[in-house]
Design a binder for this molecule. Structure first.
Ligand code: PGA
Length: 251
């Protein structure tokens, strides 16, 4: 399985800025990427096509989406379907990102419906899970992860191709705060996620990627990537500048 370096641009960048950052990143990384690594850019919807154009099908670069609605088409004002994303070259999408859960109010059940529908529609899915600080302090880390994972995977076929489904562990208290989880915390959470994946999918769980996200920066990326059960990173703030993100990707 390839180690994945995913750039979640959130609600940042005009089309011109997105095109320029993607082109710059491609220039900085191309030819230098260690074997077994791939890079994914997840721009806002409006910049998907421009970023696809800037990447021009470059090897080891993927286009991802931050969100979608779990229906084929219809009267869903403001929403975008998996088919529309596939049409512009998207191969993966996030579900359950903490901002969708805690700012936009998505429930575990909605996250589960999206995960199942996205996979069924032909997208790869990165299901994000993670505890809030009060949940961790109350000793509920595993209970929260278990609840989110059970609901998130409820509709996913047991025989799903392992490369099409990734989990991202993103402790909410580490997202955008500069507060990175320590190696011990990451190891514990990722081992727990792996055990849950084995319970759901058996042997193929060992080929599913588990990403870490939350204040990943150029100076901590190589240490995080080297940890057991860490198969990539999901990066927000430090992915917005091509130079900074390239130092993570090449770490
Ligand atoms: P951050 O965001 O790297 O800015 O902490 C990570 C994420 O939300 O995916």
């Amino acid at each position: 399985m390839n180690t994945l370096f995913a750039a979640n641009w959130k609600m940042h960048k005009t089309t011109a800025e997105a095109r320029q950052t993607a082109a710059e990143l491609k220039g900085l990384v191309s030819g230098k990427l260690k074997p077994g690594r791939e890079v994914m850019i997840l721009p806002p919807f409006t910049a998907l096509a421009p970023v696809a154009g800037a990447l021009g099908g470059a090897a080891n670069f993927l286009l991802g989406a931050q969100n979608f609605y779990p229906q084929k088409q219809g009267a869903f004002t403001g929403e975008v379907s998996p088919g529309m994303l596939l049409d512009v070259g998207v191969s993966f999408a996030l579900t359950g990102h903490s901002e969708r859960r805690h700012v936009l109010g998505e429930t575990d059940a909605v996250v589960g419906a999206k995960t199942a529908f996205g996979l069924e529609s032909g997208l790869g899915v990165i299901l994000c899970v993670g505890e809030k600080l009060d949940e961790r302090k109350a000793g509920n880390l595993e209970a929260v992860l278990e609840r989110q994972i059970r609901a998130g995977l409820a509709g996913v076929p047991k025989d799903i191709a392992p490369e099409r489904l990734a989990l991202a562990y993103e402790p909410v208290w580490a997202i955008g705060t500069g507060e990175v989880a320590g190696p011990k915390e990451i190891l514990e959470a990722h081992a727990f996620v792996r055990r849950m994946l084995v319970e759901f999918f058996g042997a193929s769980a060992s080929e599913m990627r588990i990403l870490y996200g939350g204040s990943v920066k150029p100076d901590n990326a190589s240490e995080i990537i080297a940890l057991d059960n860490v198969d990539g990173v999901l990066v927000g703030g430090a992915s917005l500048k091509a130079d900074e993100f390239s130092r993570i990707v090449l770490a």
